[in-house]
Design a protein around this ligand. Structure first.
Ligand code: BES
Ligand code: MN
Ligand code: ZN
Length: 505
């Protein structure tokens, strides 16, 4: 099952395709300093008897402003949307939101297709191909509307087709532009996969339901191999830490492993590990009621693994990646794990569970030990792990902590490149003190109110001694609550960028 919204994304060059005769529900022209000298723009403007250029000078003075014009005689487009372009010094996030608004406009006008001429101005240090990839990615992921659990009031996306218009590209440049659009489209699809799984209510997205969806994915992508482990099998492997989380729930846990081998047979894989808590009540250390519904997004790390694997498979990327999704529901019941209980992890280390709401790290601990058997070149885990990361970094950056500085830097770079940003927090020896307790090898909480995000990472680091590892805390970035509650599909763009750029090799 694929979670694409658009059926088709294509690139056309305007030198061989007249803009006036282009049949489209919405033609979007991004105006910048070069637009007026563009031959296809000149043709349109002439047909409109300079109405377009006059509108631009009278109505589009502010950076980022836009105006929608109805059908003009002689021009085939049903709507003409003129958008004042950004200049190259404008930060990337504003470029992303400009294209988000274009996608939303397309849906609100009930357009079936949109055609966009992004122009040749891009943010500094990025080029036209970056822009084309970004347009494809952002339109695909922004025409997405979640409607699955509405019966009578569902609004569905109408936009099904995107054409990206370039000017003066031919030969290998046009081929490269088409490849960029394809890449962007596939990343957008991965983002939508992650958004969709996150947006599904917890009763529609249990570990067993995720398992079904992951298995179904191999029908779309025969180049993915899926293995699923049930509680009995995990018990056999000694995953007492992971299983302590699902103990209180009627819903059994599942660990899914997705293997993708697009690289050389002897190349070590990069491993992705995702926290997939389909609902986090906190367990016996129960959470307060307000906004507890947002804990349905506590599986966004696992959803990111799912989304990224679909992107790699769609693109036949030449990398080897293994993705692990640790899925469980954290509930309280008479069977549930109690504060003070001691469990044995797959690594052999015992853990005193002092707070059952610090459950993500218990799942990750065993998944991180498990993934070691793949002898991975790098391991990256992604988890909605701590509320503290919202306080430390705010909503715009995911938090990165690592035992390998090169890996941390590559993650941050990929964040800058994709506009899905991350920022590093230290992970020092001094932070390890918190994991000490009298009753077990480790405690699952420590550090009191100080640096909760780092202390969680310090706990994880006890399970990652055998390889180069980074942890990305996505509690602040995977979903948001205002103005509406929604999943973002982050960090699919960052991780896709990192893997596709092959800078980790
Ligand atoms: N899933 C939560 C973290 C979270 C909080 C995600 C807010 C998204 C938004 C995690 O399992 C949790 O409960 N963490 C605790 C850790 C604490 C008990 C040490 C927290 O952050 O309060
Ligand atoms: Mn929790
Ligand atoms: Zn949680």
């Amino acid at each position: 099952m694929a979670y694409k919204v658009l059926n088709n994304v294509s690139v056309k060059d305007t030198e061989s395709n007249s803009l006036a005769s282009l049949k489209t529900d919405m033609l979007v022209i991004v105006i910048n300093k070069n637009t007026k000298s563009d031959s296809s723009f000149k043709e349109l403007n002439k047909i409109s008897k300079n109405y377009i250029s006059k509108t631009i000078s009278s109505h589009l003075k502010d950076v980022g402003s836009s105006i929608l014009l109805p059908k003009i005689d002689g021009i085939n487009a049903e709507n003409l949307f003129l958008v004042n372009g950004l200049d190259s010094s404008t930060p990337t996030h504003k470029w992303l939101s400009a294209y988000q608004s274009i996608a939303k406009k397309g849906n609100s006008l009930k357009c079936k297709d949109i055609s966009i001429m992004p122009g040749k101005v891009s943010p500094s240090q990025k080029d036209e191909f970056w822009l084309i990839e970004t347009v494809a990615k952002t339109i695909e992921s922004s025409v997405y509307i979640f409607s699955e659990t509405k019966n009578k009031t569902a609004t569905k996306p109408t936009v099904k087709k995107l054409t990206i218009l370039t000017s003066g590209l031919s030969g290998s440049d046009l081929t490269k532009a088409k490849q960029s659009a394809k890449t962007g489209y596939a990343i957008g699809e991965g983002v939508n996969t992650a958004k969709y799984l996150g947006d599904l209510p917890a009763n529609h997205c249990t570990p067993r339901i995720i398992e079904k969806k992951v298995k179904a994915m191999t029908k779309d992508f025969p180049n993915l191999k899926v293995k699923s482990f049930n509680e009995q099998q995990m018990q056999k492997m000694g995953m007492g830490s992971f299983l302590s989380v699902s103990r209180g729930s009627e819903e059994p846990a599942r660990m899914m492993v997705i293997e993708y081998k697009g690289g050389k047979a002897n190349e070590k894989p990069i491993a992705l590990v995702g926290k997939g808590v389909t609902f986090d009540t906190g367990g016996v250390s129960i959470k307060p009621s307000p906004a507890m519904d947002e804990m349905k997004w506590d599986m966004c790390g696992a959803a990111t693994v799912f989304g990224v694997m679909s992107t790699l498979a769609r693109l036949n990327a030449d990398v080897n990646v293994v993705g692990v999704m640790g899925c469980a529901e954290n509930m309280c019941s008479s069977k549930a794990t109690k504060p003070g209980d001691v469990v044995t992890s797959m690594s052999g280390q015992t853990i005193e569970i002092l707070n059952t709401d610090a459950e993500g790290r218990l799942i990750l601990a065993d998944c991180l030990t498990f993934v070691g058997k793949y002898k991975p070149s790098y391991v990256i885990d992604m988890a909605t792990l701590t509320g503290a990361v919202v306080v430390a970094l705010g909503r715009h950056a995911s938090g990165v902590m690592a035992n390998d500085q090169h890996l941390a830097e590559k993650i941050i770079e990929a964040g800058e490149e994709s506009g899905d940003r991350a920022w590093q927090l230290p992970l020092w020896d001094e932070h390890q003190s918190c994991t000490k307790t009298k009753y077990a090898d480790l405690a699952n909480i420590g550090g009191g109110r100080e640096a909760g995000t780092i202390h969680a990472a310090a706990f994880l680091s006890k399970f990652t001694n055998d390889y180069k590892w980074a942890h990305i805390d996505i509690a602040a970035t995977a979903s948001y609550s205002t103005p509406v509650k929604a999943g973002t599909g982050r960090p699919v763009p960052l991780i896709s960028q990192l893997l596709l750029s092959k800078k980790l090799k």
